[in-house]
Design a protein around this ligand. Structure first.
Ligand SMILES: [Ca+2]
Ligand SMILES: [Ca+2]
Ligand SMILES: [Ca+2]
Ligand SMILES: [Ca+2]
Length: 257
């Protein structure tokens, strides 16, 4: 009897090892997949375009297509987004956090929450201010003919890239083109190209947001004019002039809060 049991043992072990395989070729054994909650028969369990094993290596969630909750799948973020940062999106696309917006004190004065407004971006797509709710926003009112505006634009992209992963976005709202007319899509493209800009460069036909700020007296009537919005869309600071060091200092403070 004892002899028979010993003879069986290697056979049982071999059977167990043979079962714990990587049948879907995603780099994870069946036992590992069962522990993770992934499907051992499907290499890409959450259907985001990245295999389960690669997700484990990258630190993203193999059971959640959009690991950081910014609306873009891990696969969509693979080329030039960041699948682990909700404020870092694929180039040319903006997240939409407008569903989070909690506006109880709307208005155009300092301390009030800036009402939402629609605009067109440099790609011809619609974008709205409240898409960036929960982030610190630098809203820059500029025009093509305005030399000091161009001076500020020189380092705008660097500033954006340095701070965006902390929850910061810049928006250039172009109120006029080089000739003082309402800007068109082509002008926005040229502005973005000239300064290497990857954040939203937008136009608002009728310039209602700019007009409302003037009526409220928040805007002193000349550009470059910049507004800092806190994470709750409150108009925290208004500033005209170059350089805009106080604006950058205030943005740093808000991001640290
Ligand atoms: Ca597997
Ligand atoms: Ca996946
Ligand atoms: Ca994502
Ligand atoms: Ca992201």
């Amino acid at each position: 009897m004892r002899i028979a049991l010993l003879a069986l043992l290697p056979v049982t072990l071999a059977f167990t090892v043979a079962c714990d395989t990587d049948a879907d070729l995603d780099g994870l054994l069946k036992s590992e997949e069962l522990e993770l909650g992934t499907d051992p028969k499907n290499a890409d369990s959450d259907g985001d375009g990245i295999d389960d094993g690669d997700e484990v290596l990258a630190g993203t969630m193999p059971t959640e297509a959009d690991s950081d909750g910014d609306g873009f799948t891990d696969g969509e973020e693979a080329i030039n987004g960041d699948a682990l940062n909700k404020y870092h999106w694929p180039d040319g696309l903006w997240a939409d956090f407008s569903a989070d917006a909690d506006i109880t004190n709307p208005g155009w004065h300092i301390g009030e929450q800036m009402p939402d407004f629609q605009a067109k971006d440099q790609f011809g797509n619609d974008v709205s201010l409240h898409q960036f709710y929960g982030m610190v926003v630098l809203l820059d009112f500029s025009a093509g003919w305005c030399g000091p505006c161009r001076q500020l634009a020189e380092d705008a992209e660097d500033h954006f890239l340095n701070k965006r992963d902390e929850g910061f976005v810049t928006i250039h709202l172009m109120i006029q083109d080089n000739q003082g007319s309402e800007p068109n899509k082509r002008f926005l493209e040229d502005w973005a190209d000239e300064y290497g800009i990857t954040f939203p460069v937008v136009r608002q036909p009728g310039n209602d947001a700019s007009n409302q700020l003037s009526i409220a007296g928040t805007d002193e009537g000349y550009i470059p004019f910049q507004i800092v919005l806190d994470q709750e869309m409150r108009i925290d600071m208004a500033f005209s002039g170059v350089p805009n060091t106080p604006v950058k200092q205030r943005i740093n403070q808000l991001l640290e809060q």
